[in-house]
Design a protein around this ligand. Structure first.
Ligand code: ANZ
Length: 976
């Protein structure tokens, strides 16, 4: 962790060291194990504060009757150690309650829940257990779902809140290639670490339902789903281009290719067609689109999904191929266009370099050039090819086709801005009305013909590309009889389609951007695809369902084969088999499923994780479906959610699930960015140069300034020691290379899990991105410590806390009840609206108010502890148990706000001075005499009567009047 960390844990005993900013003294102190000996005699010195100075800190003193006064304990000049009164024994409490929950299986959701009760299924996007362990970004979503789960449990719902591992994938395989460690070994080790870390944060998962996508019991059903897709023609094989790296002799995933070269080694990567398994997600495109409307998802995700599916309406039009003499042949090139109204403006055609008929359209003279171009294009990704700002390239094929609208012969080009995978892989190019075609035509001197009039057009714009709609011109032909002049684009488009359908020149067509899903990887660490290929015929045969799971064979060598064959082909005795039904020799499919597979349906298995007979029991599925709240990163807004919706719909069609959609509500948590870093510049002599200098900053040396040396000046940040030096604050994503990654383990050790949970929720609105700030944790940590002392009392002289609490059995006052019920209403509403940060503010207000009370009645404090429990469950459990409850509070009823105590209660109180009404004040209904008097003396109008006067008597009738009788001997004579 960063340099200002105050606790450094060494083995045992551990050391607490810290630094006092002003005195520059550092002290360190050896402790017993914190679990055994909590804080007795523990001393510390103040930490760096947010504002740089030592905080003028306060703590409470407590008189015998429980009265407290906050009093200043240390000042800026404090130099020596002071007693640690801010903290509470979280080191003791947290492991204790984690053990309790584990031993009692507190959060187990039994198989046979009482289904007459309402259900709440709250799910986290399960993590890939990477070697790096948990990141502070993980607990953000996990704390939010945990708060929801805990709230709903206490509100009487049956809650399903599970956790598992999306554990197949590339990093474990790459590690295996480098070190020889089996991916399974690495994966299990990482899972153990993740589990331990999650448990240390007190999440209320039902660990009995834990699953890993890599376990045969689980992937048996992933394979089973694949077989259902295969049987329905939704899984098929096709030649598709893959990233092939000749030097590494392997197929690479998109993320392993950076700028056309392999991430490992920097070798060239080309696109090469390969026979691959595909899933026909396009068959579900319409339903995936339509059903979005019913979902309570953020509009932004729905829009991303709509764009990804990319439905467009247009036409397929046929252009006849002309032979060498310009005669029409019966060979057709079919194009897809969304602008049939521009047909008369098509002055050339383009086919994609991979178009299946391309070799047919090339003249002998152009063959070499076209072949070279195909090779050139194969080295680019689709993204590079279609980027608008990229220079367009292409080659003339030497051949022509006939524009069906007017009979013109137009040249056929090959160019890589047309993709083989979209539409028909060929376009009619209309350079007057399509930007890319326009660029291309200008570059290669191809005629441009304007056919759509822009009504708002000025004469200057006449020769510019106009992609909009308008009125059609230059669009009639006596030869074909088609005339669309003067029609609007829309009318003209419909007329062209109608004409094309009538004359056999084309048809209406809906297209989708969505492509079928490439469902195979040439990798070891994935689910085997349960398919056999007969040696003789090459026919594919589904492995029988009774043979599932088809387990991944053991392998010691994970390196690529060099031929493009997947590593599984090395498991020769596994690969070579016979088809049990015909006894014909066959080979097993050696590609494995992509990492997306296991995460497509895991939410179903959590409902019934151990079922050997079915993917999920029908009754259980009916009860628990759909997932009520699904929380995860926005990076999964498109593919993961789309793929699982697709599988879910297939499972719905075959009667495995009862709902059309898997996830009722999806929430994306924001990203946690690293702490703000302040940059300054120094010249050659080592003097600081202000960031607003005229000089060029990049000629100077850049230095990072620690936060405590920085202060704010107006809208800028400056050096504290020299405010004329302006600094630049920057925020970066947390990354290893930047060294700004915060490890949650460190935070838990230093502040406790409850503080981490609370801090992550308090950082800002849940969905927003936010920057990490360690002093922010100190703030919530102090709040927890205050809450602890509110209920338990102050530490004893040796620093330890008494058992039990200082709570009394007094009847609560009206004011106390009002404060509590306002807090209940606020916390409940804020949690239910996933505004977790403002829920915490509500609790902070309560604690502040409660510190002013003379007593802490049980009827107030107990409900407050319950309110706190979803956020800070360890502390809440401990307080609950000290309040005399033998059982966990996890299933206690969540407090309900009584509306009687929520009414607006301020009243206008007349104030008399010596019997004369001199003004009014606004007070809370149950306001005490003292508070009313304080308010009166602060009132601008009343102040002049009261300032400097001695008071003889106060007569207070609550809710009616405050009369202040001044001491006559001291009456100030006023002129009024
Ligand atoms: C003629 C035309 C004229 C077009 C015009 C547009 C504007 P969306 O809306 O995304 O579906 N197109 C068709 N297939 C293509 C492919 N495989 N690769 C690249 N571009 C392709 O886009 C459909 C439009 O994109 C089609 O309509 C076609 O160009 C182009 F003024 O046809 B249009």
């Amino acid at each position: 962790m960063s340099s200002h960390q105050i606790l450094q844990f060494r083995s045992d005993p551990f050391v607490l060291s810290h630094c006092c900013r002003h005195t520059r003294l550092t002290s360190s102190l050896t402790l017993q194990s914190p679990l055994k000996q909590p804080f007795s005699g523990l001393r510390f010195r103040w930490r760096r504060s947010n504002h740089g100075g030592v905080r003028s800190s306060t703590t409470e003193t407590q008189s015998n009757n429980g009265n407290r006064k906050e009093e200043a304990l240390v000042s800026e000049t404090a130099t020596t150690t002071i007693e640690l009164k801010r903290v509470y024994p979280f080191h003791e409490i947290e492991p204790k309650w984690q053990r309790y929950w584990e031993d009692n299986r507190t959060f187990r959701t039994p198989d046979d829940v009482d289904t007459s009760k309402p259900k709440f299924y709250v799910l986290d996007m399960f993590p890939y257990p990477s070697g790096a362990g948990l990141h502070v970004g993980h607990p953000l979503g996990y704390t939010a779902t945990d708060i929801l789960a805990r709230l709903r449990r206490m509100q009487g719902y049956n809650v399903l809140h599970p956790m598992g591992w999306d554990a197949f994938g590339l990093p474990a395989e790459q590690y295996a290639i480098e070190t020889g460690t089996h991916p399974k070994t690495t994966t299990l080790k990482n899972i153990d670490r993740f589990r331990l870390q999650l448990k240390s944060l007190g999440f209320s998962y039902d660990w009995d339902r834990e699953l890993s996508t890599t376990e045969p019991d689980y992937y048996k059903w992933t394979q089973w789903i694949f077989l259902q897709l295969y049987k329905r023609g939704l899984a098929y094989q096709a030649e598709v281009p893959v990233n092939w790296c000749p030097a590494l002799g392997t197929v690479l995933a998109n993320e392993e290719v950076v700028d056309g070269v392999s991430e490992r080694g920097g070798h060239p990567v080309i696109r090469k067609p390969m026979r691959q398994w595909m899933l026909k997600i396009t068959a579900y495109a319409d339903r995936l689109l339509e059903d979005l409307d019913e979902l309570e998802w953020p509009e932004s995700i729905k829009e991303m999904q709509r764009n990804w599916i990319g439905r467009s309406e247009g036409a397929e039009l046929n252009f006849s191929f002309l032979d060498g003499e310009g005669r029409e042949t019966d060979k057709k090139i079919t194009v897809y266009t969304t602008r049939p109204d521009t047909l008369f403006g098509a002055t050339y055609m383009v086919v994609a370099p991979e178009h299946h008929l391309l070799s047919y359209f090339v003249t002998a003279e152009q063959t070499q050039q076209v072949e070279e171009y195909k090779d050139f294009a194969s080295r680019k990704s689709d993204l590079e090819r279609t980027e608008l700002q990229k220079d367009k390239t292409g080659v003339f094929t030497g051949c022509y086709a006939k524009n069906p609208a007017n009979g013109d012969a137009i040249p056929i080009w090959v160019a890589d801005y047309v993709l083989a995978s979209y539409g028909t892989g060929a376009i009619m190019a209309v350079p007057a009305h399509d930007t890319r075609d326009n660029e291309f035509a200008l570059k290669y001197n191809i005629p441009i013909k304007w056919v759509v009039k822009n009504e708002a057009n000025s004469s200057d714009d006449a020769k510019k590309v106009y992609p909009g709609l308008g009125i059609i011109e230059n669009s009639s032909s006596s030869e074909t009889g088609l005339d669309i002049n003067q029609l609007s684009s829309k009318e003209a488009g419909l007329k062209v389609i109608e004409w094309a359908e009538r004359t056999g020149n084309g048809k209406k067509k809906v297209n989708y951007k969505l492509r079928d899903w490439l469902f195979a990887r040439q990798r070891y660490w994935g689910e085997p695809i349960p398919i056999l290929i007969l040696d003789e015929s090459g026919e594919t045969i589904a492995v029988s369902e009774s043979e599932l799971p088809l387990t991944l064979p053991e392998l010691n060598d994970f390196t690529p084969t060099g031929t493009g064959e997947p590593p599984l082909s090395k498991a020769v005795s596994w690969v070579n088999t016979v088809d049990p039904s015909t006894e014909k020799p066959a080979k097993r499919e050696t590609s494995t499923m992509p990492q997306w597979a296991g995460s497509c349906w895991y939410y179903l298995r959590f409902m019934d994780p151990k079922n050997p007979e079915a993917l999920v029991d029908k009754e259980k599925e009916k009860y628990w479906s759909p997932v009520d709240v699904y929380v995860g990163g926005a990076e999964h807004a498109v593919l993961h959610l789309l793929y699982s919706r697709f599988w879910h719909k297939v499972l719905y069609d075959i009667g495995v699930v009862s709902t059309k959609e898997p996830f009722k509500c999806v929430i994306n948590q924001g990203i946690i960015l690293g702490e703000v870093q302040y940059t300054a510049w120094k010249d050659q002599e080592g003097n600081f140069v202000s960031a607003d200098t005229e000089e060029r900053l990049n000629e100077h040396q850049q230095v990072t300034i620690p936060e405590e040396k920085v202060m704010k000046s107006g809208d800028h940040f400056v050096l504290k020691e020299d405010p004329s030096i302006r600094l630049i604050p920057r925020v970066y994503k947390m990354s290893k290379s930047r060294g700004n990654v915060v490890n949650p383990d460190d935070v838990v050790l230093e502040y406790g899990a409850d503080s981490l949970r609370l801090y992550e929720m308090f950082m800002g609105p849940f969905r927003d991105s936010k920057t990490w700030n360690t002093s922010g944790i100190e703030g919530v940590h102090r709040f927890l410590a205050r809450t602890w002392r509110l209920v338990i009392g102050l530490p004893q002289s040796d620093g330890s806390f008494k058992d039990g609490t200082i709570v009394t059995d007094d009847e609560p006052t009206l004011e106390q009840l009002r404060t509590l019920h306002k807090c209940i209403a606020k916390v409940t509403e804020e949690i239910e609206s996933t505004r977790f940060n403002t829920g915490i503010s509500g609790m902070m207000e309560f604690v502040n108010a409660a510190y002013k009370w003379n007593n802490q009645p049980r009827r107030i404090i107990e409900p407050f502890v319950l309110l706190l429990s979803p956020y800070a469950p360890h502390m809440a459990e401990e307080l609950w148990s000290r309040l005399g409850h033998p059982n966990s509070l996890a299933y206690e009823s969540f407090p309900k706000a009584n509306p009687d105590y929520l009414k607006n209660t301020t009243i206008v109180l007349p104030v008399q001075i010596n019997g004369k009404t001199r003004g009014t004040i606004e007070v809370e209904e149950g306001c005490s005499e003292n508070d009313a008097f304080v308010l009166a003396s602060q009132d601008e109008k009343l102040r002049k009567y009261l300032d400097g006067q001695s008071i003889k008597k106060r007569i207070y009738v609550p809710g009616k009047i405050l009369n202040v009788i001044l001491d006559r001997t001291n009456v100030k004579v006023t002129t009024k």
